[in-house]
Design a protein around this ligand. Sequence first.
Ligand code: NAP
Ligand code: MG
Length: 491
Amino acid sequence: MRNELYIDGQWVKPVKGGTCDVINPATEELIQTISAATAEDVDIAVKAARRAFDRDGWPKLTGAQRAKYLRAIADGIRARQSEIAKLEVLDNGKPFPEADWDIADAAGCFDFYAGLAEELDKNAEEVIALADDRFTSKAVKEPIGVAGAIIPWNYPLLMAAWKVAPALAAGCTVVLKPAEQTSLTALELAAVADEIGLPAGVLNIVTGAGLVAGQAIVDHKGVDKLAFTGSGPVGSKIMAAAARDIKRVSLELGGKSPFVVFDDVDIEQAVEWIMFGIFWNQGQVCSATSRVLVHEAIYEALLARLIEETEKITIGNGMDDGVLLGPLVSKRQHEQVVAAIEGASKAGAIVACGGTRPEGFDKGYYLRPTILTDVPLDSDAWVEEIFGPVVCVKPFKTEEEAIDLANDSRFGLAAAVMSKDDIRAERVAAAFRAGIVWINCSQPTFTEAPWGGYKESGIGRELGRWGLENYLETKQITKYVTDKPWGWYIK
Ligand code: NAP
Ligand code: MG
């Protein structure tokens, strides 16, 4: 396991020598310590990224040349997929099959952006048709510069890939700060980058606290673009700080996403997708469909099956076979989710199942998957992101009411609808005020498709070609192509 900072192609100790603890959430044991970077380390990292961008020529490589590095990173990740997935389980707590899937997706993300880097060679320039034929003009895509990426703990390596892969493909260089709780796999990414010979300074990984290392990236004048995934309050602070130097900024901030289930559905399939929508990754998913709206005609029957299946979920250490729900990521997250459930009860909601620590687990940040009903619409449990395995279920009468309830949120990341009536499902999908909409499913995510939120769920889009645009500037190059004098001053 790595525990130093990766700056300018070297493993280095932080200038001030600080460390943070890495805790296994399944056992509460200390796994090791990692380096806690301060502003001094971030400054060295940003300067290395600047040099790699401004002088060493990373942005001058062709897309095809950069694609070779990206594909090598993808292969490097896959070559030790299982080892990295185990590290992710140790660090984050998620069940191994989920971690294994994440790591494969992370590798796939590098492959995908390798393809887009190659395409950039063909489509970086676009000829602009001008009404005035004395001029020709073209629009040219160029990398923004140094990207500062700050990521959360819920999909540690995958979130790193979502930012690093498009940034490198575009020709940017990167300083990445993983979440303090889950930095181990980002350090493995650095190890892979090092092994495949990624030029020094192109990717720098600084571990440490958000308020120290994260803030230093946000404030650094040498950073041109900030890409952040995490909580709303921090996202808002980052956007405000970015405003000082007009840094480009993209934010992905989570939500309180609705799932509307009509009365013509197959109840078994609905229960399956509702569970996948909220219990996958212990519900620590920005797009989790945490507000489930069920047509009143099937509400009681569906709720009964949902409770029955939820109580059957195998809870345990993510490394154990058959486990479908691991511990939450940290003591703090566990406390916050438990407090949210207590708050819901106090506000009048009914805890239909879960809400407590599972029996037989004295250690580890475990929580039974939880279903809340009768949740008041003005309570925090209905309005605020809980970021745990906690779902609110509510009946509705009409399509109009369901859409109103679904959209009555300051967030707009995701929304899902289930119905056998395709015309109705499409109509509801169109009515949702959200950036990601699922019909007859919840959560499947594809590297090719745009990802991001409406309203307070963020700004900008990741993934797909939109994710590449995040790291590109558009330059206009206009040429005067006639010999005729311009003749304004000099007649
Ligand atoms: P967070 O504080 O927003 O953390 C996200 C990242 O930002 C981490 O790397 C964090 O560093 C860093 N950070 C924190 N303060 C910063 C600052 N002032 N400047 C720059 N970077 C900063 O989120 P959290 O505390 O981990 O989780 C809190 C809540 O956020 C969760 O309960 C959940 O509701 C939400 N959340 C949403 C997502 C999502 O995917 N949208 C993901 C995770 C959490 P540290 O390493 O010190 O944390
Ligand atoms: Mg934090």
